[in-house]
Design a protein around this ligand. Structure first.
Ligand code: DHB
Ligand code: FE
Length: 285
């Protein structure tokens, strides 16, 4: 049977992708940020899974106001990095896993979560920046990736509680897939940021770190965070954090298993207008 072996949480600030692509990672502004991800890149090399199930949000790239799926699962064989206005990032195309994606869609939809099945989709910085942070600049990404897009851009957005429960359903789906695959689940976006209006540039270190503590040690409490708290405390774009709860809900401990091991935790300000948070949890089963 397939297994979820670990979860990875990371911000996806587009300027990080540009810094990598333009060779600026050693500059004084960026150096501390990339240093914080060095252990993660080593960990990823040592623990390359068979598939990454990557929870992210599209930023009006593949979707627009014409069509707003709350949860969309990428079932295609491949996904092309999108042109977000400056040309597509010079990163490898993303190879999917149509068979596992279709299985997860079947199981999760029968488990009462309405997913949109997407058979053709370009992927933006929400997906490619986390891959760059964990995998560096390879010729090809080290494994297939199932993109799972969550609407956190256009209201109404899903609650943290629903995302957490969806993670549990995804775990159940993976664990009844009849092939011995090692699957990681990644929750991306966040942390504090507000990109527009009078509060643009808001950073709330204290709230971010308290929420990260909860995510790791008391995920039920993190899942109970009301929507208004994200907006008030973490800024309008801080709502991206609900995506981390999908990954956390898929871990063993919240489904009757043992506590995970925290492999790495990192927090850094600033990256563009955004606080960057990151954690890696490994399952012990
Ligand atoms: C920015 C954009 C994002 O989508 C995000 O999550 C963080 C920062 C930006 O434009 O700086
Ligand atoms: Fe974003």
């Amino acid at each position: 049977m397939a297994r979820i072996t670990a979860s990875v949480y990371t911000s996806h600030v587009p300027a990080i992708g540009a810094a990598i692509d333009l060779g600026k990672t050693g500059e004084p502004y960026w150096q501390p940020l990339f240093k914080g991800y060095e252990p993660s890149r080593q960990w990823m090399k040592d623990n390359t899974p068979d598939v990454v199930f990557l929870v992210y949000n599209d930023h009006a790239t593949a979707f627009s106001l014409d069509m707003i799926p709350t949860f969309a699962i990428g079932c295609a064989a491949e996904f092309t990095p999108a042109d977000e206005g400056w040309g597509p990032r010079p990163v490898p195309k993303v190879i999917g896993h149509p068979e596992l994606a279709a299985h997860i869609a079947q199981s999760v939809i029968q488990d009462d979560f309405d997913l949109t099945i997407v058979n053709k989709m370009d992927v933006d910085h929400g997906l490619t920046v986390p891959l760059s942070l964990l995998c560096g600049q390879p010729e090809a990404w080290p494994c297939p990736v199932i993109p799972f897009a969550v609407n956190v851009v256009q209201y109404p957005v899903p609650s943290g509680r629903r995302c957490y429960n969806l993670g549990k359903a995804i775990r159940k789906a993976v664990e009844c897939y009849d092939r011995p695959l090692n699957v990681q689940i990644w929750g991306t976006g966040g942390m504090t940021h507000q990109l527009q209006g009078p509060r643009a540039g808001l950073i709330n270190r204290e709230w971010d770190n308290a929420w990260l503590d909860k995510l790791i040690h008391d995920p039920e409490a993190a899942a109970a965070t009301p929507h208004i708290d994200y907006v008030r405390e973490a800024g309008s774009e801080g709502i991206e954090l609900v995506m981390w709860l999908i990954a956390r809900g898929a871990m063993a401990d919240v489904n009757g298993g043992p506590a995970p091991t925290l492999r790495h935790r990192f927090y850094h300000v600033p990256a563009s207008n955004t606080a960057v948070g990151h954690a890696i949890l490994e399952n012990n089963v």
